[in-house]
Write a protein that binds this ligand. Structure first.
Ligand code: 5RP
Length: 222
């Protein structure tokens, strides 16, 4: 199976976690896009969605799915999203699509985080994928120095020759060369750096369930 076929099968499997008549939180990225397209097929069964990015909101709306502002929502049973890396314990690196802050916020309102990923995302130790950190633009240089002092090599994410700006108007530092042996401690340490908006480490609130696409079928880790 191709990577896209694996993403599709986990997206299809995630539909079983959508609660009828309720609001569903929706992530960002290519795997989340497969999920959105599957969700469209049962859109009459859900009340609405909350999106973790402008791109996801636009795709949901293009299917006729109502998108609510998170400020109008007090609870949702499930948030469904991809990951760049995930451990068997459910700690993740996210933010390859630059949506980490909104992803973490929407996930924080959900009772359950269901991660959908192709098997290549499963790792024992996080950090081979560069760790995204969203920063306030005026602080990117000072934050980069502090991240480098933690043992990584922070690089400003660029797009078309300019620093990439997130949906929140911030910048992303991608930290290369980190071996994240203690994700919980590292998440807290990086979040404590002044100028950091969010680190793309999801350990304090990791995935409750991971649907992993493999050649042998969808494996459920929980
Ligand atoms: C976006 C994310 C994505 O979930 C992550 O990058 C995985 O993306 P994909 O499903 O395209 O592999 O965190 O900010």
């Amino acid at each position: 199976m191709t990577q896209d076929e694996l993403k599709l099968v986990v997206a299809q499997a995630a539909i079983a976690y959508v609660v009828e008549g309720e609001i569903v939180g929706v992530g960002t990225g290519s795997t989340a896009n497969f999920f959105i397209d599957e969700l469209a097929k049962i859109k009459h069964k859900v009340k609405a969605a909350v999106a973790s990015s402008e791109v996801t909101a636009a795709r949901l709306r293009s299917h006729g799915i109502t998108v609510l502002d998170l400020n109008e929502v007090t609870s949702m049973p499930v948030y469904i999203d991809g990951a760049d890396e995930i451990t068997p314990q459910g700690a993740m690196i996210k933010g390859g699509g630059a949506a980490l802050t909104r992803e973490k916020i929407v996930a924080s309102v959900a009772e359950k985080f269901v991660c959908i990923a192709d098997g290549s995302k499963l790792v024992d130790v996080l950090g081979k994928f560069p760790l995204p950190v969203e920063v306030i633009p005026m602080s990117h240089a000072v934050v980069a120095r502090k991240l480098n002092a933690l043992g990584g090599e922070a690089r400003l994410r660029m797009k078309d020759g300019e620093p990439l700006l997130t949906d929140n108007g911030n910048m992303i530092l991608d930290v290369h060369g980190m071996q994240i042996l203690d994700p919980l401690t590292m998440e807290a340490e990086i979040n404590n750096i002044v100028g950091v908006v969010t680190v793309g480490l999801f350990a304090r609130q990791g995935a409750n369930v991971c649907l992993l696409g493999t050649a042998e079928g969808v494996k459920t880790l929980q």
